[in-house]
Design a protein around this ligand. Structure first.
Ligand SMILES: Nc1nc2c([nH]c(=O)n2[C@@H]2O[C@H](COP(=O)(O)OP(=O)(O)OP(=O)(O)O)[C@@H](O)[C@H]2O)c(=O)[nH]1
Length: 140
């Protein structure tokens, strides 16, 4: 990763309720791409595996505990990020994981707006460009 600092590696989670709806949250106003609906997750920090990063992000953002063995890869997106990070253009690698089990009640700590949506309902939501192919994949 250090050899290719133009890439931004991000992990994100598909968490389903008992009806099969997927949890999404609106990006907060103080972040880039504010107001767009996204899968919970965030950047992989130095030294983290993707699974450890996702478990950390889900604890920070949703106050839930997830075990790495309950995290399984689904697919990924590779897109130019439509905003600069610290003044630099970045290429986003967005790794999407299924999180089929977690401990605790989902309490969003960063986002004011959250919801559970069927994949076909996501066509009506404004989401970042990298999420479009991921949503298409979930709709198959
Ligand atoms: N979590 C998440 N990030 C996404 C999605 N789609 C997408 O383009 N991104 C982008 O991936 C990057 C994730 O960074 P973030 O700002 O959420 O990460 P973070 O929680 O580590 O933030 P921080 O830098 O404020 O600590 C952002 O540039 C965001 O716009 C998505 O579905 N989920």
């Amino acid at each position: 990763m250090e050899k290719n600092p133009t890439s931004l590696w991000v992990v994100a989670a598909v968490m389903r309720d008992d009806k099969g709806r997927v949890f999404l949250q609106k990006r907060p106003e103080n972040k880039n791409l504010a107001g767009l609906w996204e899968f919970p997750g965030g950047k992989i920090d130095a030294g983290e595996t993707p699974e450890i990063a996702l478990a950390r992000e889900l604890y920070e953002e949703l106050s839930i505990h997830v075990r790495v063995e309950d995290i399984a890869p689904i697919t990924f997106a590779s897109e130019i990020l439509p905003v600069k990070i610290a003044g630099k253009a970045k290429h986003l690698i967005l790794l999407l994981f299924d999180v089929h089990k977690w401990n605790g009640e989902v309490i969003a700590t960063e986002s004011l707006e959250t919801g559970w949506f069927f994949p076909h309902e996501m066509d009506e939501l404004k989401m970042p460009p990298a999420d479009i192919p991921l949503v298409k994949f979930l709709q198959k």
